[in-house]
Design a binder for this molecule. Structure first.
Ligand SMILES: [Fe+2]
Ligand SMILES: [Fe+2]
Length: 137
């Protein structure tokens, strides 16, 4: 499924929203490659996604640590679980055990969109409410 950016995904934090748009753009590059044989291109996109997501999770976690966000552990665990799934999928792909299926593309798209509009939104609401000085820094 192609993700169409919607206002519902906006958290209200400029850097985080910019990161999220970047992630969505990378995931959308996978859509035309579902069930395709172009493994080099799929590999390239998955590497881009891995790099981008890691940097992005780092951005969020650094802010959470700075403000002692009360739900930091839970949020970080969500990031870790997602990253573990992504890594497992990439391993399967690179060892020829699985291709890029509709199911995998949808898992990536759905998880990120859900996470952005729930846990990330909740975190940014907290940040803007209690630490507007840090949010704007
Ligand atoms: Fe995020
Ligand atoms: Fe997050």
């Amino acid at each position: 499924m192609l993700i169409e950016w919607s206002a519902a995904y906006e958290t209200g934090h400029a850097m985080i929203d910019l990161d999220h748009r970047g992630i969505v753009a990378i995931i959308n590059r996978l859509e035309p490659l579902i069930d395709s044989e172009d493994s080099a291109e799929i590999d390239r996109i998955l590497c881009d996604l891995t790099d981008y997501v890691l940097v992005h999770f780092g951005h969020e976690e650094a802010i959470m640590q700075r403000i002692h966000y009360p739900r930091y552990d839970e949020h970080m665990l969500s990031h870790c679980r997602f990253f573990a799934s992504l890594t497992q999928f990439i391993y399967g792909f690179e060892t020829g055990q699985s291709g890029l299926s509709q199911e995998i593309q949808e898992f990536l798209a759905t998880w990120l969109v859900d996470h952005e509009s729930s846990e990330d939104k909740e975190f940014v609401d907290y940040l803007l409410r209690y630490h507007p000085d840090v949010a704007g820094a």
